[in-house]
Every structure is written in structure tokens, then in C-alpha cells.
Design a protein around this ligand. Structure first.
Ligand code: 5GP
Length: 193
């Protein structure tokens, strides 16, 4: 998605060798106009896949997931990282190692929000090593639901997540695919559709 690549070039900052900071439009402040366009891109790509539910992880996946759910007119469920008094029983749970925080988290979804009839589209802000997507997929399997595809806002193709998803034969569509960071500059893969 050209507009997203331009925005990354303009506002993104490379931290160390493998982290991109995009706090000005995705991970802290949110640009709703850009989110709306991204939701539409995901919709156009997956509109014939029979999606009944969009699934993500709190917190940065929520904005693009909601915009996508809006286009499909289906519910959006976000896995929660912390248990609370309102979320403690009848949960699907999986363990996810956080790439940015370097800690293991349990993610949970109330069983009533995912059923064996669901065809799920996973949406997330970043794809690095594929841990978040894997955790969500474990939960989808536990529920007996099916995974129809994965939509990623920013994929770092040089990390191992993309390869794992391709190997599993799961349809994936990333709006921006980063091939490398070169001296603090972002190098994109040629655009896909
Ligand atoms: P994975 O689970 O694929 O290893 O990492 C994906 C998760 O880690 C995303 O949900 C995102 O929150 C976070 N993440 C991974 N790489 C980056 C990055 O370069 N920048 C930011 N802001 N978050 C990232």
C-alpha cells in the first residue's frame, strides 16, 4: 500500500537492528483516516473468504481490526493480555512471547466469542517472528473455528514469521513489507496485491 509506505518513510524511526517505531500513526497516536483505508484494503483482499469474525490482540491491533470489521460488518474480538475480574472463566488461553517487551504473556479470549462456525481473519499491526499470530491460531484451533487468513499492517519480511505462515499454507496479506533496515532507512519489498 503506497500511502502506508510513504507514511513509514516520513514518520517511522528505525530502532536498533530490527524494530520500527511508528508511534505517530499506529502504536500510540492513531491516524483514523489511514486506518480506514487500511481496513478497506484488507476487506478488498479477503472479501470472498466468508469471514465471520476479525480477531486481534490488544492493544495496537485493535484500531486496524475495528476498521476491517467495519467493512465486513462482522464482530471484532481482541485477545486480552491480562486477566481481570470480568474475564476469568471459560477462556481460551495461549502463551505468546512478546517481541517488543521480551516477556511471555498469556492471551485470553472468552469462549462465548469464538465458535466452531467462525471463519476468522486475524489482523495485527506488525509481523516479526509470528508469535502473536501463532497464539491466536492456537485459540482458533481450540475453539474448532477455521482460520481464513491473516492481514498484517507492517511485515518485517526478514524475520521468521512470514516464512512460517507461508509454510503452513495460510493466506496472508501485508500492507507494507519491509525487506531490510539499511543504515536506519527502510527498504521495502516490491508491492504485492
Ligand atoms: P511477533 O509475534 O510476530 O514476533 O511480533 C508481533 C508483535 O510484536 C506485534 O503485535 C507488535 O505489537 C510487536 N512488534 C513486532 N515488531 C515490532 C516493531 O518493529 N515495531 C513495533 N512497534 N511493534 C513490533
Amino acid at each position: 500500500m503506497k500511502e502506508l509506505e510513504e507514511r513509514i518513510n516520513k514518520d517511522g524511526r528505525v530502532l536498533g537492528k530490527d524494530v520500527l517505531k511508528v508511534d505517530s500513526f499506529l502504536n500510540h497516536q492513531i491516524d483514523p483516516v489511514l486506518m480506514d483505508k487500511m481496513g478497506n484494503e484488507f476487506y478488498q483482499h479477503f472479501k470472498d473468504s466468508g469471514i465471520t469474525k476479525v480477531l486481534t490482540v490488544e492493544s495496537s491491533g485493535i484500531a486496524p481490526a475495528v476498521m476491517t470489521g467495519l467493512k465486513f460488518e462482522v464482530p471484532v474480538v481482541f485477545a486480552r493480555k491480562h486477566k481481570s475480574i470480568t474475564l476469568k472463566d471459560d477462556l481460551y488461553t495461549s502463551e505468546v512471547y512478546s517481541f517488543t517487551k521480551k516477556t511471555a504473556n498469556h492471551i485470553s479470549i472468552a469462549k462465548k466469542y469464538l465458535s466452531a462456525d467462525d471463519k476468522v481473519l486475524i489482523i495485527d499491526d506488525f509481523l516479526a517472528n509470528g508469535q502473536a499470530v501463532n497464539g491466536l491460531n492456537d485459540i482458533i484451533k481450540d475453539a474448532g473455528a477455521s482460520l481464513a487468513g491473516i492481514g498484517i499492517v507492517i511485515e518485517k519480511s526478514f524475520q521468521k514469521g512470514r516464512q512460517l505462515i507461508d509454510k503452513a499454507g495460510i493466506p496472508i496479506y501485508s500492507l507494507a513489507r519491509i525487506k531490510a533496515f539499511d543504515n536506519g532507512q527502510v527498504v521495502f519489498e516490491p508491492e504485492n496485491d
